[in-house]
Design a protein around this ligand. Structure first.
Ligand code: FUB
Length: 338
């Protein structure tokens, strides 16, 4: 049994994960059971990344299209939007992996950020034979709902740029954080957590690739800031205990560190050994997005390659640490605790 704070919190909170929230379709594009989990029931979705633009939260996801026992079959990225965290609109595909002409497949984790009046999508894909392995591309759009087009015509990060990586898929899971002064940082990686500054044009590195040492780090880094502190949340694993990913985090006074490990905040996802975090504040409230394998859609059961994104309220302690997060069916349809 995994012995972490989130399990204890689950027991203490006595949170019901059985409440049933009927689908309440209020329009053709309404795709969420009113804030309950999983968030979307029109497609299998994974690797959530949130972006707030004025009154709207956009959630970018990979489209899980695996059949049978396939691991990951992901050909495109989708985006959904909400103004109230309960009613969501599906905007459909915004880009395919093969829209990067140098990529051959795999729309793995992505994130969209806003800079210079444009929207920039950073995403992991499989590179063609000229630079074999996973790579990170950058695409641009005038709208948060796309369409996005390759902004470089080549990979921003390819496997040969990180020779210290232990395998060919270490260059995945990009996240971009933009400082108040406009400085943008790219953070990414499986097995190693890499980071590098981006040039103001958002399409080139502006300095060396460095590493952030993090205990039990696997993948899925996500940066956010709260009360002047930087938080780096990531998928972690304690192989002595389980092969399922958990969510851990570290904090720092700046992106360049030093980072202090703060522990685990979330247990494993149900029915999926991967879990992937995104934390964002929207209309004054913090939220934690992740995915699990609980959705059954058109007779196909969820699982490793058929995941579904979900969201929970996130709470800070007075010292700035994050309270353990319990995975629920109610999600944010349940009122925030006082
Ligand atoms: O979706 C493919 C991979 O699974 C992502 O890159 C990882 O973060 C994990 O969620």
């Amino acid at each position: 049994m995994i012995r972490s704070g989130w399990m204890q919190a689950c027991a203490v909170a006595g949170v019901s994960t059985t409440a049933f929230f009927a689908m309440a379709f209020s329009g053709a594009a309404q795709v969420a059971p009113k804030g309950g989990n999983p968030l979307f029931t029109d497609a299998f979705t994974a690797d959530p990344a949130a972006l707030v633009v004025k009154d709207t939260l956009y959630l970018y996801v990979g489209h899980d299209q695996a059949t049978g026992d396939e691991m990951f079959t992901m050909r495109e990225w989708l985006v959904y939007s909400t103004e109230d965290m309960k009613t969501w609109q599906a905007h459909g595909p915004i880009m395919k992996a093969t829209d990067f002409k140098w990529a051959v497949r795999d729309s793995w984790a992505s994130q969209v950020v806003e800079s210079n009046g444009k929207f920039w999508l950073y995403a992991a894909v499989e590179h063609d034979k000229t630079h074999p392995g996973k790579a990170i591309g950058v695409a641009v759009s005038d709208s948060p709902t796309g369409p996005f087009v390759d902004a470089r015509g080549s990979a921003l990060i390819s496997n040969d740029m990180t020779p210290q990586g232990p395998h060919t898929w270490d260059d995945i899971d990009p996240t971009v954080y933009i400082e108040d002064d406009g400085t943008a940082w790219l953070i990414w990686g499986n097995a190693n957590c890499y980071y590098a500054r981006l040039k103001p044009n958002m399409t080139e590195l502006d300095g060396p690739i460095q590493q952030i040492p993090l205990p039990k780090y696997v993948e899925g880094p996500w940066i956010h800031k709260h009360a002047q502190t930087y938080y780096l949340t990531y998928a972690s694993m304690d192989k002595a205990v389980s092969n399922d990913e958990l969510i851990s985090y570290a904090t720092a006074p700046s992106i360049t560190g030093p980072w202090t490990y703060r522990g685990e905040i979330s247990g494993p996802a149900e029915n999926s050994f991967t879990i992937h975090p995104a934390i964002v504040e929207f209309k004054g409230q913090p939220y934690f997005f992740y995915h699990n394998g609980k959705l059954t859609l058109n007779g196909e059961k969820g699982g490793l390659g058929r995941r579904a994104v979900a969201v929970e309220h996130l709470y800070y302690n007075t010292d700035g640490t994050i309270k353990p997060i319990v995975h629920t069916t109610e999600g944010v349809s349940a009122p925030r605790q006082k």
